[in-house]
Design a protein around this ligand. Structure first.
Ligand SMILES: Cc1cc2nc3c(=O)[nH]c(=O)nc-3n(C[C@H](O)[C@H](O)[C@H](O)COP(=O)(O)O)c2cc1C
Length: 359
């Protein structure tokens, strides 16, 4: 019997050979947002490793939208040229190249994680950060400047421009990063959004920026290209934050705009909250959104075993699984998972003679 994890899945004009997606993970290895040999080796080996789709790390729509100076970007045609060989190689491996478009907002201008922590000074290459309101992420973070209405409208256009560039580079899936406390999530949550204009206050107003971006990006994309949105389904606070019911309302709106799948994560907006993690701890959020907003979803977070991933898909908790750190540990996790589940999948030609028989 075919393992559910290895059944194909289609969104719009794109068919994924299985249900395993690489979760976007910042490599912090770029200069001026340009991709280089690291990205080719890193994404190339995950494409060889049998994942159906790679969602490239948070890729900034503007220089000040980066988290660190090492983030990838897509704010010029020079970036597009550098992405082409990477995208072509991923496709040659039978894998779908996807890209996460991002703006860090108040969580920008920080150190590459292994080089330091906290705000990056101007001498160290830091920049001024922006946010819905002048509220810093934490005590060590820079004070953001509150965006004007004109700035917000420009950011919407920059997301659409970035989406157009992504398509011209050859990406076949676009994901918007509206999770983990970055700019779009900052607009959604009343903790970080204390605006009194049409972008703040009511749920409708707090959702406006994300929905405007989704609409603009959807119109910039050809009909065949699926649009995904990663959200944090909760801020993990008991009240007055962003939570699951608001996420369901948002996902219903996103669906009506033509968003094809919600990538369901949690947290990241504030520090000091208690999050009880464990294997598959975010799966119930994905399942609720799938049921209540009636939209395909991806589950992410501590999914590490083939049988665990298989159960998530078989039980219809989620349509696909996003694998993060386990794919850093083992780029060939999908090929190994296939063997564990008794699936005979194709290995890259040059590695064929190393393929172990299916048990
Ligand atoms: C090194 C690293 C970088 C990450 N960068 C991003 C990112 O660019 N965008 C994003 O949405 N999530 C990012 N994440 C979160 C992962 O995509 C994933 O949601 C998280 O690691 C939980 O999944 P896991 O338990 O399978 O690792 C990152 C995680 C790690 C470990």
């Amino acid at each position: 019997m075919k393992a559910n994890l290895f059944t194909p899945f289609t969104l719009r004009g794109v068919t994924f050979k299985n249900r395993i997606f690489l979760s976007p993970m910042d490599q912090y290895c770029s200069r001026d947002g340009i991709s280089n040999a690291w990205h080719l080796a890193h994404y190339g080996s995950r494409a060889m490793g049998g994942a159906a789709c790679l969602i490239q790390e948070a890729t900034a729509i503007s220089p000040e939208g980066r988290i660190t100076p090492g983030d990838l970007g897509i704010w010029s045609d020079e970036h597009v040229e550098a992405f082409r060989p990477l995208v072509d190689f991923i496709k040659e491996q039978g894998c779908v190249p996807g890209i996460q478009l991002a703006h860090a907002g108040r969580k920008g201008s920080t150190f590459v994680p292994w080089e330091g922590s906290g705000a990056l000074s101007a001498e160290n290459g830091g920049w001024d950060v922006v946010a819905p309101s002048a509220l810093p992420f934490d005590a060590t973070s820079p004070m953001p400047r509150a965006l004007s209405v004109q700035d917000i409208e420009s950011a919407v256009l920059a997301f659409a421009e970035a989406a157009r560039r992504a398509v011209s580079a050859g990406y076949e899936v676009v994901e918007l990063h509206a999770a983990h406390g970055y700019l779009m999530h900052q607009f959604l949550s009343p903790i970080s959004n204390q605006r009194t204009d049409k972008y703040g206050g009511s749920l409708e107003n707090r959702m406006r920026f994300v929905l405007d971006v989704a609409r603009a990006v959807r119109s910039a994309l050809p009909g065949r290209v699926p649009l995904l949105v990663r959200i944090s389904a909760t801020d993990w606070v008991a009240r007055d934050g962003w939570d699951l019911p608001q996420s369901v309302a948002l996902c219903k709106e996103l669906k009506s705009i033509g968003v094809d799948l919600i990538d369901v994560s949690t947290g990241g907006l504030i520090t000091g909250v208690k999050i009880v993690t464990g294997p598959g701890y975010q799966v119930p959020f994905a399942e609720s959104i799938k049921k209540e907003a009636e939209i395909p979803v991806g589950a992410v977070g501590r999914i590490v075993e083939a049988s665990q991933a298989e159960q998530i898909v078989a039980n219809r908790n989620a349509d696909v699984v996003f694998i993060g750190r386990e794919l850093l540990r083992d780029p060939f996790w999908p090929l190994h998972a296939a063997r564990t589940l008794g699936e005979d999948v194709r290995w890259p030609g040059p590695y064929e003679r190393a393929k172990l028989p299916v048990a």
